[in-house]
Design a protein around this ligand. Structure first.
Ligand code: 5GP
Ligand code: MG
Length: 183
């Protein structure tokens, strides 16, 4: 596919979720999270890079003490289909024993990423583990991964924007959109 050198909006087929709708939903999710973790310090484990904007916006709306750990996970390696092979960089010093953990990611798709990370977190015996994603795709999961907080349920389409990329681009779109891809 040839991407235009300027004007990233022009590569979109359509906008799926606009910036205002994202903002409203993230605010509502933050209120839910704050109520569920009331009285606790939240230890956030945030999966990068796709979760960057979601995590930044969500956490700034939560009026509770927060610790933030980021880890990178990738399974797409450049395409629009998961490769099924997960690369994870787990910080060696990360110790979550007894912590109230909030795991955050951009999308719950096949479930492979979140199931693997949840398993590693549980092995450290946190006091609590809840998971939040901005988007949940309506599709068959290859692995079950529960998420207590889901921003939007979407169809099984490849999306970009608000942190999510296609070949490294489009993360800085303020909305979430569908790319114009050759069929
Ligand atoms: P899973 O392991 O659940 O299949 O995939 C989760 C990861 O795949 C997400 O964190 C995200 O990085 C990536 N992913 C899944 N669907 C999409 C999509 O539609 N667009 C983009 N840009 N990334 C996606
Ligand atoms: Mg990801």
């Amino acid at each position: 596919m040839t991407l235009s050198p300027t004007g990233i909006m022009s590569d979109l087929d359509r906008v799926l979720i606009d910036a205002d709708a994202i903002r409203r939903r993230v605010t509502a999710l933050a209120a839910q999270v704050a109520a569920d973790f009331a009285g606790q310090t939240i230890t956030v484990v945030a999966i990068m890079d796709g979760g960057l904007f979601f995590v930044a916006d969500l956490l700034r709306e939560i009026d509770l003490p927060v610790r933030l750990h980021t880890l990178s996970a990738s399974s797409y390696h450049g395409g629009t289909q998961t490769s099924g092979e997960l690369r994870l960089n787990w910080p060696a010093a990360l110790d979550l024993a007894g912590h109230h953990v909030l795991l955050l990611d951009d999308i719950l798709d096949t479930g492979l990423t979140l199931a693997a990370v949840q398993e590693k977190i549980r092995a450290q015996q946190p006091a609590a583990l809840r998971t939040g994603v901005l988007l949940g795709k309506k599709r068959k999961r290859l692995r079950e991964a529960a998420a207590e907080y889901v921003g939007f349920e979407i169809e099984d389409e490849f999306v970009v924007g608000y942190g999510m990329d296609y070949q490294g681009r489009f993360r800085n779109l303020p909305c979430i959109g569908i790319l114009r891809l050759p069929s």
